[in-house]
Design a protein around this ligand. Structure first.
Ligand code: NAP
Length: 257
């Protein structure tokens, strides 16, 4: 038998991993993270215009990590599944029916896979901790802080946090009678206030501040670089290549739901 490229014939077999969007901001961190992992074998990356089907046939990855663009990620993932490779999708903006389609394709092929809007372990733990606190407080506001080039506001994570908190607690959202500046109280979802800060120098931070008579509780998650998404993706690669299960979020994979 011929050993896979980069695999130490004396050691246990390493999982072969490829990265779509490997020159992008997050994809480049993924390529480095996979390369550095002792149990994973980075077999290469694809960018726009590369022939993905030939790449998959040639390099035979067992997992394809995708941080590209919503217009490309679903087709990339379906091509991966057709080649017997598990999709690990971080690209946001795939519509729910697209995720349903991918789940069906994985099930039919007997392969695991994951589409997760947030691969940051700290962020998903933050949301779970906030959910635990929610029933005990009368008000809560979410402040999300991102780099100035982020296209949307609020972040998907802030919106998901507000929705999950709204389902767990009953909150009063204070609306002052007089606002001397439009929108100064931010937005509101299910009684939960949301504020979006956009500044150069930030990556992706979020604070959840609960209020109750005479006290506040703040749960903060800070991201110092895009490396923050690597540990969650490595966990996901290991899990979906070990068992044929499909996940729609990292917290589902971590057992935090
Ligand atoms: P980025 O810097 O623009 O990187 C995207 C890369 O993908 C670019 O190099 C782009 O090439 C390439 N690309 C586009 N279409 C492709 C295709 N069909 N095949 C292969 N490569 C393709 O963006 P980013 O900041 O890394 O973010 C990428 C995605 O990840 C976004 O959807 C973002 O929202 C998401 N994201 C998710 C998480 C999470 O935790 N799930 C965290 C951060 C970001 P060109 O530059 O030539 O177009």
């Amino acid at each position: 038998m011929v050993a896979a490229a980069g695999t130490d014939p004396a050691g246990p077999p390493r999982v072969r991993v490829a990265v779509a969007g490997y020159r992008g901001k997050v994809g480049a961190e993924m390529a480095r993270g996979v390369e550095a992992a002792p149990d994973l074998d980075y077999v290469g990356g694809v960018e726009v215009g590369d022939d993905l089907a030939s790449f998959l046939a040639d390099r035979r990855p067992e997992a394809l990590v995708d941080f590209t663009h919503p217009s490309a990620a679903l087709e990339n993932a379906l091509a991966a599944v057709a080649a017997g490779c598990r999709p690990v999708i971080g690209t946001t903006g795939i519509p729910p029916e697209g995720v349903d389609r991918l789940e069906g394709a994985c099930r039919e092929a007997g392969l695991g896979g994951i589409v997760a809007p947030n691969f940051s372990v700290g962020a998903v733990v933050m949301i779970r901790l906030a959910e635990l606190a929610a029933p005990y407080f009368s008000a809560v506001e979410v402040i999300e802080m991102h780099h100035a080039t982020k296209a949307d506001a609020p972040s998907g994570t802030a919106l998901a946090t507000a929705r999950r908190l709204g389902a767990r607690g009953k909150f009063e959202y204070a609306r002052p009678e007089k606002l001397t500046l439009d929108d100064v109280r931010g937005g509101e979802e299910g009684g939960v206030g949301i504020h979006s800060v956009r500044l150069p120098g930030l990556v992706a931070d979020q604070e959840v501040i609960f209020g109750l008579t005479g006290q506040t509780l703040t749960i903060t998650h800070r991201t110092t670089s895009r490396e923050a998404f690597v540990p969650g993706v490595l966990l996901a690669i290991r899990r979906v290549t070990a068992e044929p299960r499909f996940y729609r979020a990292l917290d589902e994979l971590l057992g935090l739901t």
